[in-house]
Design a protein around this ligand. Sequence first.
Ligand code: KG4
Ligand code: ZN
Length: 336
Amino acid sequence: MLIIGFESSCDETGVAVACTERGLLAHALHSQVAMHRDYGGVVPELASRDHIRRIVPLTRQVLDEAGVRADALDAVAYTAGPGLAGALLVGAGFARAFAWARDLPAIPIHHLEGHLLSPLLAEEAPAFPFVALLVSGGHTQLMRVDGVGRYELLGETLDDAAGEAFDKSAKLLGLGYPGGPELSRLAERGDPHAHALPRPMLHSGDLDFSFSGLKTAVLTRMRALQDAGRAADPAARADLAASTEAAIVDVLAAKSLQALRRTGLKTLVVAGGVGANRHLRARLAQALAALGGRAYFPPLHLCTDNGAMIAWAAVLRARAGLVDLPSLRGDAAFAV
Ligand code: KG4
Ligand code: ZN
């Protein structure tokens, strides 16, 4: 069975073709990061308009690269949410019209299920069951994953996502967007012990997170540096960046280990853009090795938003008998 998948929940337009027998055949991605950089964050209206511009050429490109004709497809999959409403509407509207015109079933996929299953696309894929840490600009969740369609939410952020904590702190430090990688780069030259920043909810007894207080603490420290006339001092800024990164990484690592202890599992999968963070990777790899387990970090192009994870989630759901294809045919109406 050949499935084309569409992702458009935020600032990436992704299209992919996957086959239930032969795996992922082709995928293409357009990132809008450069377009949103001038505004210091994603502008929803601009995101929607850019998805409209990109989705048709990307679809043609992917079908071409996969060597698949549109009339050979068996199903269409698309991100049904969560995400920016306008951006989702573009992908969902296009996907459902594409399916309706060809009398194909249209399979709605939950964006987070796409992220959760994306590690299974990597060459070295983890085996079920595992604990997944989903950390991106929009999500921070710990999940127990027992198989396709068998997920248990163990904990999640009560306010900002981990990526947001990186991005907002970076903004306070006067860094560009997206701030995570920039803050991490600046942190390399700083002392992570220079500022005793809070580790929110570290001992809360559950597996939830909270990052908004940390952002306020960074703001307070930044103001203190300004008052002392040291806000532009590279060493002072590097120290604050390093302390911020250490606080976020400490909480993510500690809660991941608590989740492993609670579930008795020894496999951890990290998905989402924050999974690119060098310190988080090193800390978790080391901790899992000490437990006799293993941490998996899928390649970054599978961690961040992409069409491949949506097509792949549909393939895995179809293989597991979790989609009723006939009932998904012939209806262009949808809600996101
Ligand atoms: O998964 P992603 O590409 O997009 C979504 O948010 O869905 O994640 C982007 C987030 C941003 O907040 C970005 O600052 C963060 O991942 N990020 C990082 C690093 N690289 C990307 N955060 C910390 N350290 C990094 N090296
Ligand atoms: Zn995402």
